[in-house]
Design a protein around this ligand. Structure first.
Ligand code: SF4
Length: 230
């Protein structure tokens, strides 16, 4: 298994162009770039809430609107009126609930001294999980991309792509997946960012639920599922 994981990581490091063509490649460990054009830690937190049950292209448009209004920072959101924010984020699903939650989250983070302070706390994940609207995948995404803490978010793409590539399937439970994959993939900030960015890209473009496009997929050489079909 370790060999397959190491080969997978090597392949991922070599498909930069493929990932970039979809719009996102983690250039280095410290990079806080995320899906939807998010560039800063604050934007990662904001878009992590906005994207729930919403397409990334919609979030991208909304993020540009927030930038023009100076609402792309947690401080800006913390001082905003939730009803006004709900108008600004039009297009995002459940915008009234999300506006309320975003304002509360931004206020709670600014109250403890901002993201830098949050990063230094021993209870970062619990702090995030105690916020309304922040589930495990959102908390782990914020930790990895906004706070640069090596923790692996488990998305539907992670499960689909890595169950096929590595032949692992720890069931439906989020924590079982996380424990299994973090046990297999070396805990390293850049590697975790690379794995997450890659599986989302591959999962959207090639590793479709019913008919995976293995012949075109850059992972076909290391993928157990693809090789079992030969
Ligand atoms: S080779 Fe096929 S099964 Fe494997 S990751 Fe790519 S699309 Fe999915």
């Amino acid at each position: 298994m370790n060999d397959t994981v190491n080969r997978l990581i090597e392949v991922l490091k070599n498909i930069k162009d493929e990932l970039e063509s979809v719009g996102w490649y983690p250039v280095n460990a410290e990079s806080t770039k995320w899906w939807g054009g998010a560039e800063t830690p604050d934007e990662v937190v904001i878009t992590a809430i906005l994207v729930q049950q919403t397409r990334w292209d919609v979030v991208h448009e909304v993020l540009n609107r927030l930038r023009k209004l100076g609402l792309n920072t947690l401080e800006g959101i913390a001082n905003a009126d939730p009803n006004y924010l709900a108008e600004v984020i039009k297009g995002v699903n459940y915008r009234f609930t999300k506006a309320q939650r975003l304002v509360k989250l931004a206020r709670n983070i600014t109250m403890i001294g901002g993201l830098e302070r949050l990063r230094l706390r021993g209870d970062v994940r619990d702090f995030l999980l105690n916020q309304e609207g922040v589930g495990r995948e959102t908390a782990d995404s914020i930790m990895l991309f906004a706070l640069n803490i090596p923790t692996l978010p488990i998305s539907q793409y992670t499960k689909r792509v890595l169950s096929r590539v590595l032949g692992v399937n720890p069931g439906d439970d989020y924590d079982s997946w996380k424990e299994t994959l973090e046990g297999l993939i070396p805990r390293d900030l850049y590697t975790y960012k690379l794995v997450h960015a890659s599986v989302v890209t591959i999962g959207k473009k090639y590793c479709l639920t019913d008919n995976p496009l293995c012949d075109e997929c850059p992972l076909r050489g290391v993928c157990l599922h693809a090789n079992s079909r030969k």
